[in-house]
Design a protein around this ligand. Sequence first.
Ligand code: PGA
Length: 241
Amino acid sequence: MKTIIGNWKLNKTPLEAKNDIKTIFDYSSEKKINSSVFIAPPHPYLGYLSDIYPQYSSQILSQNSQEFLKGAYTGHISPKMLHDMKVKGSLVGHSECRYMNTDEGISHTLSSLEEESLLCVLCIGESLEEKKSNQGLKKLTHQIKTNISHTPLKGKLMIAYEPIWAIGTGLTASLEEIQNTLEHISKVLSEKSLNVPLIYGGSVDENNISEICSLPKVDGVLVGGKSLDPQYFIKMIQKLL
Ligand code: PGA
């Protein structure tokens, strides 16, 4: 059973979000496909989509959240709000929002999500500079150690390996790079007695999804740009049948 997550980032009108999420989830529920399909719409649509499609709320993720449960934190979104909106959980630490979160803050966010019984998809990845100077694995080890420092998360954590240089660039890590990196991540996690699903993200499309998902360490994919057209995304889901 593979996981496929569509990250819509800052895209779609409310009407497009309403129609497209229905198209995707109607397809995946009718076809009884053998994979878990999630969509992470923009924040303003979370409560709305979850209200109009309660049958699909457990497949909706937030694109980010912060550690604070409530208070004077302008512009933030809390795990408690996600819980109250009945969505499934949140991406955390995506490279496009790490500028708002410290490593320490991310570790608190993981604990807060756990407290609210929400799924956390922790995104980690190295920059091109780090890759070129052979610092990539070190960076990932650091992110895992600092981002998962507070709670022994059980069953509510997934890790998305997303090399920053592969996001939205059309470049993907080679199959060998993905496999070796996920083996490294598993090893670091096992030192913390954690065994969690690992997914890959970074320019995944309908041409590379099958071979990426056939790698033994890959439990699924996180898809950005190619999740925006619902018919195209459905074609990607079909590759996992
Ligand atoms: P991409 O984005 O598929 O457009 O590379 C992936 C992501 O940012 O999660």
